[in-house]
Design a protein around this ligand. Structure first.
Ligand code: AMP
Ligand code: MG
Length: 334
């Protein structure tokens, strides 16, 4: 199959909608990461997402809508707290879990009785959904296990020959996947941290962070968010988080680079040279750069990637959560 890359605009939106209406897959830009979209209500189309990504069948997909009117038919119940969060954070990087209606096929929800729904802020994503007239299931448009794509070029690397169209909307502004929450009474339970932070959610109720966000689930342990049990976001290189900052981090990496070939270090505000890449000195910049730098490390044939421990506040918790999985939970204490 020939994979066409088209810039976002009226023509690409029409082409995308036309393909999606025929049950095909299209990669679309969103503010979080690029999504691999299919009609969320079409079982066969959704099955192709799992095939193209090599995604485990029990890892449910997020269903994307372009307006609040699309929500009620997809769910059995909308708690008041969800409406309040939707008013404040939609359109945006917040995904909420609801009891699913019969419209949502079981493939889409990974066999669960619930469905994850989000309204993306990206104008391109909403224009495509609107033109389709149905919601889109859209996980990250990478091969399962690899770093999520934040540019159309990343999607092309992973999906060339597998899908007919990639809509190029430029670089993603958030750079990590959406915050996923479910509700336990009035408690907002964070299953996956993202661009809408725990601090922002705390203004609307008590916030609880699922233990799988920062801890490795035991073998066979049932996790609330199935995605959390898989190794994720990894380049070919071996990734480690280094619990040291500034000069201490730099000295540790430099020392190792003297006797180790293929060592790349991602430092907060690092001066870039043969060893260091700059992953930004704020949580927002780190979120935007992380996946793209993990891919860059592969291009540079890195064997080992050492990453300076991120600040865990705000969107930094999302950066830490993705890094822990890229690093298979390995933290080096210096
Ligand atoms: P991705 O689309 O690749 O960003 O992954 C979607 C994330 O949302 C995964 O971590 C899923 O486990 C999670 N998710 C999707 N639907 C549900 C659901 N019904 N219940 C719990 N977690 C979900
Ligand atoms: Mg993903």
């Amino acid at each position: 199959m020939n994979t066409e890359v088209m810039e976002y605009g009226a023509r690409s939106v029409s082409k995308a909608a036309e393909l999606l209406k025929c049950g095909q897959l299209v990669a679309i830009p969103t503010e979080t990461v690029y999504g691999l979209a299919a009609n969320a209500l079409d079982e066969n189309a959704v099955r192709n997402i799992f095939k193209a990504k090599g995604r485990p069948q029990d890892n449910p997909l997020i269903v994307h809508i372009s307006g609040i009117k699309m929500l009620p038919p997809l769910v059995r119940e909308i708690p008041d707290i969800a409406m309040r969060l939707a008013e404040s954070f939609w359109a945006g990087p917040l995904t909420m879990i609801f009891p699913k209606s019969d419209k949502i096929p079981s493939v889409t929800s990974g066999g669960l009785d619930t469905v994850a729904v989000r309204m993306p802020e990206s104008e391109a994503a909403r224009a495509i959904i609107k033109q389709c007239g149905f919601p889109l299931a859209a996980p990250s448009a990478n091969l399962s296990g690899k770093p999520s794509p934040t540019t159309a070029a990343h999607v092309f690397e992973d999906m060339n020959g597998k899908i007919p169209l990639i809509v190029d909307g430029g670089e993603c502004s958030v750079g990590v996947e959406s915050t996923v929450v479910c509700f336990k009474g009035d408690v907002i339970h964070i299953l996956r941290p993202g661009g809408v932070t725990a601090e922002m959610l705390a203004e609307f109720g008590n916030v609880e962070i699922d233990k799988a966000v920062t801890a490795q689930p035991e073998k066979g342990e049932r996790v609330l968010s199935p995605g959390m049990k898989y190794k994720h976001y990894s380049p070919k290189a071996d990734v480690f988080i280094v619990n040291a900052h500034n000069m201490k981090f730099r000295e540790y990496c430099l020392k190792r680079s003297r006797y180790e070939k293929g060592l790349i270090a991602l430092g907060a505000g690092a001066e870039e040279n043969g060893v260091f890449l700059d992953y930004g000195d704020t949580p927002e910049k780190q979120a935007r750069n992380l996946f793209s730098l993990l891919r860059r490390a592969d291009e540079l044939n890195a064997k080992t990637v050492l990453v300076e421990m991120p600040d865990k506040s705000g969107v930094g918790l999302a950066v830490y959560n993705r890094l822990l999985r890229a690093a298979a939970f390995r933290i080096i204490e210096v």
